[in-house]
Design a binder for this molecule. Structure first.
Ligand code: GAR
Length: 210
């Protein structure tokens, strides 16, 4: 089989995109990123893509129409949301059902939405983390695939948590993408199949997974 084709959608810095790109370059991920798309023309992630000669596309006023037309031109295997802060239009979620992954900075279903690190500090949580999930029409609510937990220390601030969560993201997102590329992962209604077996809750311990 040829290389999988993916697009990345982002709204900001794009450090997850950069990390995924590094994992393509070092041979871990057998995939091609054919475009990086953003709703924010000033997103640094777009500059990162340009520096690597990856096509970029900035969504203007009519985000949904623009996105639909752009994606229609590519024979896509996977849509990777990497810090994309808009909600995907339902027709795109429908059309690419089972082919859209997102990373979210919390242990979903806790802390959906924005400002997760600050809210975790305010709630004096002992644990925080990151989750990779399939995207459905429910906000931050599709089948949860893999989570990495981090502990919250007394000295942590929203800023230090953001760094810790980013570190977790850099390890779990490429791993899930690799599972997807290797055909180990499949979305199934409200849960997912891993190696053909239905998984009801997110994987949290990968020590037994080869
Ligand atoms: C990441 O922490 C990602 O989980 C979060 O945005 C950050 C993007 O960082 N995504 C969301 O909050 C989506 N709801 P990056 O631009 O450096 O990759």
């Amino acid at each position: 089989m040829g290389k999988m084709k993916a697009v990345v959608l982002l709204s900001g810095n794009g450090s997850n995109f950069k990390n995924i790109l590094d994992r393509i370059k070092d041979g871990y991920l057998n995939m091609e990123i054919c475009a990086v798309i953003s709703d924010n023309e000033k997103a640094y992630g777009l500059q990162r893509a340009k520096d690597e000669n990856i096509k970029t596309f900035s969504l203007k006023d009519n985000i949904n129409d623009d996105l639909n037309k752009f994606l229609d031109k590519i024979d896509l295997d996977l849509i990777i949301l990497a810090g994309y802060m808009k909600i995907l239009p339902p027709d795109i979620v429908d059309k690419y059902n089972g082919k859209i992954l997102n990373i979210h900075p919390s242990l979903l279903p806790k802390y959906k939405g924005m400002n997760t690190h600050q809210r975790v500090i305010e709630d004096k949580e002992s644990f925080h983390g990151a989750t990779v999930h399939f995207v459905t029409d429910k906000l931050d609510g599709g089948p949860l695939i893999l989570q990495q937990k981090i502990s919250v220390d007394a000295k942590d601030t929203a800023e230090t948590l953001k760094e810790k969560v980013h570190c977790a993201e850099y390890s779990i997102y490429p791993l899930v993408i690799k599972w997807y590329i290797d055909g180990l992962l499949e979305q199934s209604e409200n849960n997912f199949l891993f190696k053909g077996e239905k998984i009801e809750s997110p994987i949290q311990d990968i020590s037994n997974i080869k």
